[in-house]
Design a protein around this ligand. Structure first.
Ligand code: DWN
Length: 410
């Protein structure tokens, strides 16, 4: 194994490699059928742990321009659960912090304005930052001022000069997506007012390991966070991890970290840090068994799907999700096992899943074709999806969940 790169947070040179998922295509790079003749880039997907700052991270750095600007198809507004979660977060912040027309709320990776619109509707001044052009345009068209650039310290200083300091900064599912972590967090420190609150949401690496959620590993996600790694990272920039909230039903287990320029660490935050040490999450040994378990999930899922196909079953999949690309390509699920994928995101219809080239169709195809089984690739929204697909179930359709262990439900 060639020498591993330094830790992307603390620069330590002794990263501990614990999982290799092979060469995988870019998770959100769905293909147009006419592009099938062109070479499809694949990149190594290797995961390591930093024993010094506890950051879990992938080793490959695909240029963010290639990940999030060229052909980025993820729009946040296609999940009711996520929209409801975001609305409740915004409303609580407005109440708790007395936000109004003189306040400024900045969201980093604001996508199509799905969250900031809740503040705007309450008369709060907002500003979005998102480099994905189509998403930023959709937000601006919806009246959410959005800067279509990558966030970092330079942009933070420009935004502060132009708009003043931020009273609230929200960074949901973005701090995992930046290769230059210190430039990103340094930018937050430069942007916030002295009494500001920063809330950062990302999937919790503890749940990724415990629930076998290996498919949430893809090149868009450079880092996978624990409270320990977040605490170390923000303190490096004069910020403090003061509180932690846990959302077990969001993206397979999400933490919301409350960060501020003023240290006021709650017992809840201290408890998380102590628990992580107690369960060994701050040591390499915690991750060593993961590779074997992931191999087991692959074997079990292949055996399940091959058995159903041998019995003549027709199988489709639900969710042209980024995680779906990792699942389909690592396990080896192509047209021999699954006929098509359905998704509510209209931007993905008519395209092909990266690597395995399964066609993506509107959700209505489930009733048109009535496959016997549907593998839920967007398992983090399984409850919402099953509720939504009762007509398919009433006709005898059944779902398959891939993690933490492959199984037929319903
Ligand atoms: O970090 C990220 C996570 C938060 O979202 C981004 N890098 C990219 C994206 O990852 P993902 O594509 O795996 O996320 P989702 O939100 O789990 O993808 C769900 C897919 O399923 C989307 O394409 C939308 C679709 N969907 C649907 O068709 N019907 C979702 C729901 C809830 C539905 O009812």
């Amino acid at each position: 194994m060639p020498e591993l790169p330094p830790c992307r947070s603390c620069g330590a040179s002794e990263l501990h490699l614990f999982l290799s998922l092979g060469d995988v295509p870019l998770a959100d790079n769905l293909l147009r059928p006419e592009a099938l003749q062109e070479p499809e880039p694949r990149f190594p997907l290797d995961v390591a742990f930093c024993p010094r700052c506890c950051l879990v991270q992938i080793l490959e750095e695909v240029p963010p321009q290639q990940l999030f600007v060229d052909n980025y198809l993820y729009f946040s507004s296609f999940s009711d659960h996520l929209l409801d979660h975001s609305r409740r977060h915004a409303e609580r912040l407005v109440e708790d912090r007395g936000l109004g027309p003189d306040s400024l709320v900045v969201e980093l990776a604001s996508n199509d304005g799905y969250l900031l619109r809740n503040f705007r509707n309450r008369g709060v001044r907002v500003l979005g930052v998102d480099p994905a052009p189509a998403q930023a345009q959709a937000a601006n068209d919806a009246g959410i001022p959005t800067v279509a650039e990558f966030f970092g310290t330079d942009l933070a200083k420009r935004l502060r000069d132009e708009h003043g300091p931020a009273d609230v900064v929200i960074a949901n599912n973005v701090m995992a997506h930046v290769p230059e972590l210190n430039d990103f967090v340094g930018g937050i420190a430069a942007l916030v007012a002295d009494d500001a609150l920063v809330t950062v949401e990302n999937p919790y690496v503890r749940d990724l390991i415990i629930h076998g959620e290996f498919d949430t590993i893809y090149h868009e996600h450079f880092s996978y966070y624990s409270c320990t790694s977040v605490d170390t990272l923000v303190r490096r920039h004069g910020l403090y991890l003061n509180d932690v909230e846990y959302f077990p039903d969001l993206h397979g287990g999400t933490l919301r970290w409350h960060i501020a320029a003023r240290e006021d660490v709650t017992p809840r935050a201290s408890g998380y840090l102590e628990d992580e040490r107690a369960i060994g999450l701050t040591t390499p040994a915690y991750y060593d068994d993961f590779s074997r378990r992931v191999g087991g999930i692959r074997t079990e899922l292949l055996d399940l799907l091959r058995g159903l196909r041998r019995d003549g079953a027709r199988i489709a999949a639900y969710g042209a999700a980024a995680k779906g690309t990792t699942m389909l390509n690592y396990v080896g699920i192509d047209g021999d096992l699954v006929d098509f994928v359905v998704d509510r995101n209209t931007h993905k219809h008519g395209l092909l899943m990266p690597g395995v080239h399964l066609p993506v169709r509107p959700v209505e195809a489930l009733l048109e074709e009535q496959p016997d089984f549907v593998l839920i690739l967007a398992w983090n929204f399984a409850n919402e999806i099953v509720r939504q697909q009762q007509a398919y179930v009433e006709r005898g359709g059944r779902f398959i969940l891939p993690v933490p262990h492959p199984r037929v439900i319903g």
